[in-house]
Structures are given as structure tokens and as C-alpha cells.
Design a binder for this molecule. Sequence first.
Ligand SMILES: Cc1cc2ncn([C@H]3O[C@H](COP(=O)(O)O)[C@@H](O)[C@H]3O)c2cc1C
Ligand SMILES: O=C(O)c1cccnc1
Length: 356
Amino acid sequence: MSRRRRVEDLVEEYLERIRPADPAAMRAAEERQAALTKPAGSLGVLEELSVRVAGMTGTCPPAVPAPAVVTVFAADHGVHAQNVSPWPQEVTAAMLANFAAGGAAVNAFAKNNGVDVRVVDVGVATPVDQLDIVHANVRPGTRDLSQTEALTEDEVRAAVAVGFELAESLVRDGYRCLLTGDMGIANTTASAALIATFTGATAAVVTGRGTGIDDATLAHKTAIVEAALVRHAVPPTEPLKALQAYGGLEHAALAGYILGAAANQVPVILDGVIAGAAALVAQALHPAAVDYCVAGHRSAEPGHAVALKTLGLQPLVDLDLRLGEGTGAVLAYPILSCAVRALAEMATFEDAGISS
Ligand SMILES: Cc1cc2ncn([C@H]3O[C@H](COP(=O)(O)O)[C@@H](O)[C@H]3O)c2cc1C
Ligand SMILES: O=C(O)c1cccnc1
């Protein structure tokens, strides 16, 4: 069997393993929530969240989703050549060294919240061979989406496989909550194109300032996204083709990682706009993948709110973050674990001898 055939089969195999959240476990969790020692509904969104986790894991009450790990998928983007980001491409590799040394914002948040950090090179343009990270480089950055297709079909499928297989191995290692992270200079441009594809929103609505660009650069970046949408014209029913057209390798790996969490019935906390774009790809591949997604936060990048609406997810935190790396997901993790711990460990009125 050719390698190409094998990679094609893999994505189909992944999708076959995904089941919608378990309705019986969700009903049991709703009933248990109603019996706990608090006024009904008083834990607000946390109650719904705990019910969703019961549905994901198929158990009531579910175990607290721990330990947790944030995986930072890193890759570069050919569209960087169009001056859509103020930062040099080499910053992607430099930040990988920073993650490996524990010096980035995501490392600080992760240390605070008891979350482990994994870093994966799925397509960084600058060599990072010497770093103590997962080396799974599919190609050294995408091609320029404004000139040609960013990736070949084989490259897309290989990157999806990196994410799926990593999620599987993390679950095998005992992790019970997977968090998304990303690093890739210019990746808010590819994110905007993906989000426009799956939501039908215009380039003007979903394109944002990324790391911080001025008005003139924003207008130029928006025009690049708009022209790319016309050039490639991928319908929302063709998620793998959308990854081929726009990239990035980290988006493809993140989509695979989300599918991997879903196939293993483990919650996945999404970070910001890059994760939102990848989750739209996962949703288009298998709608039930979203049953396993928790929106960690809402990024200040405008496309993110648009993506969350199509995903049907309510963000847990809204603090004007616009960093990526997984920071918003890590920040939200204790909220998710509190929600599940309350469902699992609170006394019922009957246990406590309180008449309700
Ligand atoms: C020092 C630094 C650290 C970062 N950590 C995450 N990003 C974030 O910014 C990039 C996307 O923004 P744009 O599309 O405007 O280039 C991504 O690498 C993302 O993870 C960073 C960016 C920089 C410069
Ligand atoms: O939403 C994000 O994750 C984000 C926003 C701006 C730049 N980098 C990442």
C-alpha cells in the first residue's frame, strides 16, 4: 500500500472512532446537579460544563479531568513574505527555545495551574533540532497562500496525523485533559482565511491585528485574506482542502489533536483564534468533535468570536488576551476542574440531611 493511501485511510479511521457525547451520562449529571447542596442553577455555566464533561467521558459523576497538558504546535507560514506580521519569521524558532527553557507566558500559567507543557515542531522554517521538544516537522513552513496552495494533500494529512497521534499518546500516558497551544508568526492570517471559509464571514470581519499591526498593515492583511478566499474558493464542506489552500501545519495538527481528544473521550480546552480556526476544521470533518471542546477564552482577535459562534461554544474567560501559545486555555483549566469537582464531590441534600 502506498504511503499516500495509508495517510488517507488514517483520517477516515480517526473519524470512525468519534461518538457524540453520551446523553444518558448527561441526564444523570443534570439530575445529580439538581440534588447537590446549593440552590438549583446557582453554579451557572459551571453546571452546564460539568454536564458536558459527563457526556464526554460517558460517566456520572466524571473524574476530575487531571492531569492536564497543553501542547504547543509550532509552524511557519509562507504568507509571512507578504508583510502581514511585524515580526521576523525566526521568532517562531526563538520562542520554541523559550518554551523549552520555561520562559514564555504559557510556561508561567502552566506552572501556576499544574498543567504540563509539550512543544511540537510540526513545521518550523528555522532548524530547531537541538531543542528538547517533539520533532515532527512535516515541511519547513507552508507555501505562500496568496500565491499558491499552502500545502499538498499529503502534507495536510501528515500534519493531522501528528496531532491525532500525539493526543492518543498523551491519553495513553494518563492525561485526562488536553489543552491547545500554538506558535507561528503570521498564523493569524491563515486563521482568518479558515474562519471565513467555515463561517461565511467576510475577510474584513475576521481579519485582525494579530501581534499588533497598524491600520495600513491591517488593510493590506485583509486584502491578502480577501484575495486568497477568491483565489482558492474552498467550500466549507471541504475541510482538508481548506487546510491545503491556507495551512497552517499547526492548524492541521491542532485539528488532528482535537479529533484525537474526541476519539478518546477526553475534554480538550481550546485557546484562541488559531485553535478556533482548527476546531472549525475538526467540526467540518466530524460535527461531534465539538462535543469534546471547551472554549477556554475569547481572544481579542475579531475572528475568534465569529468562530466560537459557529462552533456553538461559550468562552469561559474574556480578558482581552491576544497572545496564543495556549495561555487562554491554561487560564481556563482550573474553572473546568472546579466545575467537575463540584459535581463529583459535593454532598447531596440527602447526604447532608438537609431538606430541600
Ligand atoms: C514574542 C512573541 C510571542 C508569541 N507567543 C504567541 N504569539 C502569537 O503571535 C503569532 C501570531 O500573530 P501574527 O499573525 O501577527 O504574527 C503567533 O506566533 C501566536 O502564537 C507570539 C508572538 C510573538 C511576537
Ligand atoms: O487569539 C490568539 O490566540 C492570538 C491572537 C493574536 C496573536 N496570536 C494569537
